[in-house]
Design a protein. Structure first.
Length: 286
């Protein structure tokens, strides 16, 4: 069957060719076994295992999640802490294998889940460019060619020759982002990465993502900041306690999410930016 493509023009004037399914998440579930008792070492674990004294509680982080993403879509993934957002992204990225269901991906994925998670603390920033870049699938020759560009974008300057153990979390995130985004992937996965670093680098990162969108990159973006979700994305899904409760056009899902948390959750339990936004809306309505 021939798929009819359609064009969509975003707020930034970027023309996106839609129509081909690049990601198909079908009835995905993820179960974790949570130990009921503490086991301090391998010896104790083996003894309890042989005696059949190990007992677990089943915990479903995700249950029956299904959605499709077309090429060029920018999909925001919303939900409070513990909703299953990061678990879903790790399944899509291939970090986790789902307990049930399947994920079909067409194209190369670059996941920005935990920036700098593949760094070696004893190596310098420069050495970690080659280490982390290799983990992401880049060749040594390619990294040599792009080395100066990565360092320049990170803004680390002379600190590139300092061991990573002396970096702040923001510096590690800047280097990780600079390495991961040196090429345009077909699917870019962002998990709260725009919440790290200083204001200048956040702006720089956002501009980089916008430039990647111009080349028709598909984006999956997790954030508690609905303003960022509205700005970057054209669609959104909403997770609650591991289940998909809403999906569709980004403004409709964001409106539903904000109304849901305002009506059903204690404002003190919400992320700081959401608390601030709800308080502002209440003041405006008074």
């Amino acid at each position: 069957m021939k798929i009819q493509k359609k064009k969509e023009c975003s707020k930034e004037g970027i023309v996106i060719i839609m129509g081909k399914t690049i990601l198909d998440v079908s009835h995905v579930g993820m179960k974790f076994n949570l130990s009921k008792e503490k086991v301090d070492n391998v010896k104790e674990y083996v003894i309890k295992l042989l005696k059949k004294e190990l007992h677990y509680n089943e915990f479903w982080a995700l249950k029956d999640i299904s959605f499709k993403v077309e090429r060029g879509d920018r999909v925001g993934i919303l939900g409070l802490n513990g909703a299953g957002k990061s678990t879903l992204l790790k399944i899509i990225s291939g970090v986790f294998k789902p307990t049930e269901g399947q994920v079909k991906v067409e194209g190369k994925i670059v996941p920005l889940l935990e920036l700098g998670a593949g760094f070696d603390r004893m190596y310098t920033g420069g050495e970690n460019i080659f280490l982390y870049g290799t983990v992401l699938g880049y060749s040594r020759e390619f990294l040599k060619e792009k080395y100066d560009e990565i360092v320049e974008f990170s803004g680390l300057g002379e600190f590139i020759d300092v061991p990573i153990k002396n970096y702040s979390s923001g510096m590690r995130a800047r280097l990780g982002f600079s390495i991961a985004t040196i090429v345009d992937p077909e699917i870019l996965i962002l998990d709260e990465v725009l919440s790290v670093g200083d204001r200048q680098f956040k702006k720089k990162s956002l501009n980089k993502i916008r430039s990647m969108m111009k080349s028709n990159v598909t984006v999956l973006f997790v954030s508690h900041n609905t303003d960022q979700i509205r700005e970057i994305c054209n669609k959104a899904i909403l997770l609650e306690h591991g289940r998909l409760i809403a999906q569709g056009e980004v403004n409709e899902v964001c409106d539903y999410y904000e109304k849901l948390i305002e009506e059903e959750y204690d404002i003190q339990d919400l992320p700081k930016k959401l608390r601030k936004k709800i308080k502002q809306k209440k003041q405006q309505s008074q």
